[in-house]
Design a protein around this ligand. Structure first.
Ligand SMILES: CC(C)(COP(=O)(O)OP(=O)(O)OC[C@H]1O[C@@H](n2cnc3c(N)ncnc32)[C@H](O)[C@@H]1OP(=O)(O)O)[C@@H](O)C(=O)NCCC(=O)NCCS
Length: 162
């Protein structure tokens, strides 16, 4: 059901790196992603929202699997020249190993291969880990949006030329 997105010969997925497989989303991954969303995000995507997103032709989900376990994922949408992150997460047992960095590089390439020229996203002001991660990859903080989330938290708008 996810095969209607055009694959590109230059895409860096699927790719094996040691114990990890960088791969396109498979339908069963969504159950694990929904669990991670619920556990690690204050405003998670539900399983039905994830299915809806994954079926959209301009939305891409890339996962890192270890065996059958999804240890990290990123979802993003393409709006012509702009790529926009829905969410990304690395399971706590696999953090600080550089997986977020590698996954973002893979997502950048997938976006570039489809004509994107920049990546954007919104990061909660309290999310030091994600802000540090993106700043270390050359992303810029381009704005501040008060009360972006339903719980009232502000976000930093982040942006990166590809
Ligand atoms: C943010 C997140 C994706 C980082 O994943 P990760 O795989 O641990 O990140 P990496 O190992 O690639 O780290 C890259 C850099 O990010 C920064 N960083 C990562 N975690 C950090 C933390 N807890 N505190 C401060 N800086 C952190 C560091 O600069 C790090 O480089 P270093 O390890 O050389 O110091 C992960 O913590 C996570 O999934 N958090 C919960 C979900 C979330 O907030 N997602 C982002 C919003 S959509």
């Amino acid at each position: 059901m996810f095969k209607r997105k055009a694959l590109c010969r230059l895409d860096p997925v699927p790719r094996r790196e040691g114990p990890y497989l960088y791969d396109w989303l498979k339908p069963l991954d969504l159950l694990q992603i929904a669990r991670m969303e619920k556990e690690f995000f204050p405003q998670p995507y539900s399983l039905s929202a994830l299915i809806w997103l994954a079926l959209m032709p301009n939305t891409y989900y890339i996962v890192i699997r270890r065996g059958r376990l999804v240890v990290a994922y990123i979802g993003f949408r393409l709006f012509e020249k702009a790529a926009h992150t829905n969410s990304m997460c690395v399971h706590p047992d696999y953090r600080r190993k550089g997986l977020a960095r590698e996954l973002q590089l893979v997502a950048n390439q997938v976006a570039i291969n489809r004509g994107a020229r920049w990546f954007t996203g919104e990061v909660r002001v309290s999310n030091t880990a994600q802000l540090n991660h993106l700043m270390s990859m050359g992303w810029l903080q381009v704005g501040h949006c008060p009360r972006f989330f339903k719980d009232g938290e502000d976000v930093i708008v982040v942006w990166k030329w590809l």
